[in-house]
Write a protein of this length. Structure first.
Length: 445
């Protein structure tokens, strides 16, 4: 049982951590960790397609819609000669009402003018409310046999037996294998369903197959993480993976990796710490992966984006300094001049210091006690920016019929980002009109 590895004093030794991570603990703990890892992998793969198909919120409605099925299966199982406490019976009931909830959402969208978020909210709340009422009825009328049904709401991996884990693994494996087999079809529908429909693909059937995979993963994770938290395994790993790549196959692999790591580490942490529910810890582990991805992904992360914006701001600010030096015919920028430029452009004292360090680091200037001295590279850049300013200004006056007194502000925004091809095009067009081109280094500088 999870939690039994913690020492009597509540501490955890390094040896216990290693033994747990290497699956050298009790049989039940090993089974639970292996099962939740496989569940996380399947959730990551299926969830990636659900996210790209914009069906992530549908998984929330589906998971909540399973609760009445669990209670009804418990009530009606004896009628068919089945054991009320059988996990397979309870999951079949959850599957039936889960699918019914998805069909209800589709029917509301097809027969009314309600938007998808409203339809999902209605089905989610109504089915979950019905499930709570049915569960309360079961607990009042069959208190002796209904113990543990509440675990399906938040999950209770610690109570799972070997056959429960095997059933979860079979469902998760089925969803994973089917998703891989339908990779091409899911990809086509996710990215261009209109083309798929025109080309004769059964888009509705593919959508139903995708939602069937979501149902399988949801039902598989009910006892491990619960119907409320299982949706996190379908949403969080794909979203975390999306920060790292633009390629679909890599997105699916990273999503599976994040999902599997969340299941593995979450179950292992729950095994090491007493009274820590595995479902909640698994979801928190996935949340950590999301937080790290959101902050530190190399291209789409918050830190990377902030650094790109800072670099662009520093480059534009340094261009202002170099252009001012060129227009003044000076090779030296004194500290007083830097302060004047900072006041003109609204820079703080800290940012003005960073701009100075940026110019020195870019080998455009050499630092002195009283300011900076421009190097040849800095002088060339100053000539180029000044020429770009004059070139774009002249183009606006000649082609856009803008008064010369009104172009300086817009030119100041554009002069730093003109490409070489655009500059050549501007020079060609102005030359065709017989306009005198501004002198300077041009695109070859």
């Amino acid at each position: 049982m999870l939690g039994t590895l913690a020492s009597a004093g509540g501490g955890v030794t390094v040896g216990e951590i290693v033994e747990t991570l290497l699956l050298r603990t009790g049989f039940n703990t090993r089974m639970v960790i292996a099962g939740t890892t496989l569940l996380g992998i399947a959730s990551g793969v299926v969830g990636a397609f659900a996210m790209l198909r914009k069906r992530s919120l549908m998984t929330d409605a589906l998971s909540h819609a399973t609760l009445p099925g669990i209670a009804l299966a418990f009530l009606f199982a004896p009628v068919f000669g089945l054991a009320s406490r059988s996990l397979a019976v309870l999951l079949i009931g959850a599957t039936v009402t889960g699918v019914l909830g998805v069909l209800c959402v589709q029917a509301i969208l097809r027969l009314t003018r309600l938007r998808e978020d409203a339809a999902i909210g209605i089905v989610l709340s109504v089915f979950f409310g019905a499930g709570v009422v049915a569960l309360s009825y079961v607990q009042v009328n069959a208190p002796s046999g209904s113990a543990g049904l509440n675990a399906f709401i938040f999950g209770q991996a610690a109570t799972m037996q070997a056959h429960d884990v095997m059933l979860m693994a079979v469902l998760a494996s089925g969803a994973l294998i089917a998703s891989i087999a339908l990779f091409k079809e899911f990809t086509l529908v996710c990215f261009n369903d209109s083309f798929a429909r025109v080309d004769g693909w059964p888009v509705s059937a593919i959508d139903l197959a995708m939602m069937a995979m979501v149902v399988l993963v949801t039902v598989a994770g009910l006892q491990a993480v619960g119907l409320i938290l299982v949706v996190a395994l379908l949403i969080v790993p794909p979203v975390a993976a999306r920060f790292w790549t633009e390629r679909l196959w890599l997105l699916v692999m990273l999503s599976a990796l994040f999902g599997g790591a969340s299941g593995y580490l979450g179950a292992a942490i729950s095994a090491l710490l007493p009274r820590m529910p595995a479902g909640a810890v698994i979801v928190l582990t996935a949340g950590v992966a999301f937080g790290v991805s959101m902050l530190f992904a190399p291209s789409r992360g918050v830190v990377a984006g902030a650094l790109r914006r800072l670099r662009l701001r520093l480059r534009i600010a340094s261009d202002h300094v170099l252009e001012a030096a060129h227009d003044a015919g000076a090779d030296r920028i004194e500290r007083v001049t830097m302060r004047e430029l900072a006041d003109l452009h609204g820079w703080s004292a800290w940012f003005a210091w960073v701009v100075r360090r940026w110019l020195i680091g870019a080998r455009m200037a050499t630092g002195t006690r009283d300011g900076i001295v421009l190097r040849e590279r800095g002088r060339r850049r100053g000539r180029q920016v000044s020429r770009n300013h004059a070139l774009w200004e002249q183009y606006l006056v000649s082609y856009a019929d803008i008064a010369p007194s009104h172009v300086d502000w817009s030119v100041d925004l554009v002069e730093h980002v003109l490409s070489e091809e655009l500059i050549r095009d501007l020079e060609k067009k102005l030359a065709q009109r017989g306009e005198a081109l501004p002198s300077g280094s041009g695109v070859t500088a």
